[in-house]
Design a binder for this molecule. Structure first.
Ligand code: PLP
Length: 384
């Protein structure tokens, strides 16, 4: 049987209720939400509103119309960055970001946006003071702080609670890439001072691929990334002023969003804290075993409770890509090797260009899965 330990890329399997919700939506909600006023379009619209409200409630968002549906976290981040930054703006970010942040910011530099990157400590964790210092180096020009809530390479959780209220006091926007934390850590946009929250639906939130979200704080009016029909203000050639329609053009992925709603319901029933404990216990087990292996290089915090479900390592001089291939072909174990779409992070850790081997158990993974992985490592290293 295949052992899937790549939940940081996308979670698998999904709860049974998620499969059922997608199936039910695809079979029964055939209309296009917002298009037309016939019963099937209205039923579809109701499902969409339900999902929006479920998400708003989950992240402490007061007004669900500030939740925009996207295809993934990448699209959400692109809408926030391209929609709000103007030439002359300065952005402070970190050297641990995923390409979902690195690449749009790189493209925006060519349009006159200044980007400055803060370096974390050796375990990948940012010190809030270093972010504050970077902002204060040119407070006047700084428009936005952009940070991942947790690194997808080291699993290091960043001090968003600390930085959010401070950024708000300085009048600076905070965009949080919650790709590795939404559904894993509690997130409340109000108390954490988050102005823009980008999240995938398909990782810890347990939804299917093809869904994500962007929360936009009241008072912000991003320029759309995509223009087109959405059923609102159809007579005008301009996009509607109101959210979410302004940022949602084209037909919505309703079955995926129905699945996402079921995913969040599953998390609430099971308890987000229980799910986190389960994933952390698996990582703790893995860490303990890895530490007993010869010539092992571990990246990120040494305390498993400081990890967001992800652990990266290297085994001596072995190429991580070759190990991942060997694990897959010889042991049916799926892990991710290489740069994890985060070359900056690997430069920071000193693991570029080879990268590392990343293991990310999910809620449905077991201690037996971890044991089998360790057994395979021992065979490779010829360690008893
Ligand atoms: C930290 C981080 N940001 C952004 C993304 C992009 O997420 P998506 O694939 O949903 O666009 C990922 C995906 O792995 C990620 O780990």
């Amino acid at each position: 049987m295949t052992i899937y330990l790549d939940n940081a890329a996308t979670s698998f399997p999904k709860p049974e209720s998620v499969y059922q919700a997608c199936d039910k939506a695809l079979r029964n909600l055939g209309g296009s939400p917002g298009r037309g006023s016939h019963r099937m379009a209205l039923d579809a619209g109701r499902q969409l509103l339900d999902t929006r409200e479920t998400i708003a409630d989950f992240f402490g968002i007061r007004n669900s119309s500030r939740v925009t549906f996207t295809a993934n976290a990448t699209e959400a981040i692109n809408i926030a960055l391209f929609g709000l930054l103007k030439p002359g703006d300065r952005v402070v970010t970190s050297s641990m970001e995923h390409n979902a942040v690195v690449r749009p910011l790189h493209a925006l530099q060519a349009r006159g946006i200044q980007v400055d990157k803060v370096t974390p400590g050796p375990d990948g964790r940012l010190h809030p003071a270093s972010v504050r210092d970077a902002v204060m180096a040119d407070l006047h020009a700084t428009r936005m702080v952009v940070l991942s809530h947790a690194s997808n390479v080291t699993g290091s959780i960043q001090p968003i609670e600390d930085l959010g209220p401070w950024c708000r006091k300085q009048g600076i926007l905070l965009l949080v890439d919650a790709a590795q934390t939404a559904g894993f850590l509690p997130i409340d946009v109000e108390t954490m001072g988050i102005d823009l929250l980008a999240a995938p639906g398909h990782k810890h939130l347990m939804g299917p691929p093809g869904c994500g979200l962007l929360y936009v704080r009241e008072g912000l009016q991003p320029t759309p990334l995509i223009y087109g029909g959405n059923g609102a203000d159809s007579a005008s050639a301009r996009p509607p002023e109101q959210l979410p329609e302004r940022l949602e053009s084209g037909t919505t992925n309703l079955p995926a969003l129905a699945g996402l709603q079921a995913g969040i319901a599953f998390i609430k029933e099971t308890g987000q804290r229980n799910m986190r404990r389960q994933k952390t216990e698996l990582l703790s087990h893995l860490l303990e075993e890895l530490r007993s292996l010869p010539d092992i290089h571990l990246y990120g915090p040494s305390d498993p409770t400081l990890l967001a479900g992800v652990l990266s390592c290297n085994l001596g001089a072995h190429d991580p890509a070759e190990i991942a291939y060997w694990l897959d072909t010889e042991h049916a174990i799926c892990v991710r090797a290489g740069l994890h779409c985060a070359p900056d992070a690997h430069h920071t850790l000193g693991t570029f260009p080879r990268g590392a081997l990343r293991v990310s158990p999910g809620y449905f993974s077991s201690h037996e899965d971890i044991q089998k992985l360790i057994k395979a490592f021992r065979t490779l290293l010829k360690s008893p």
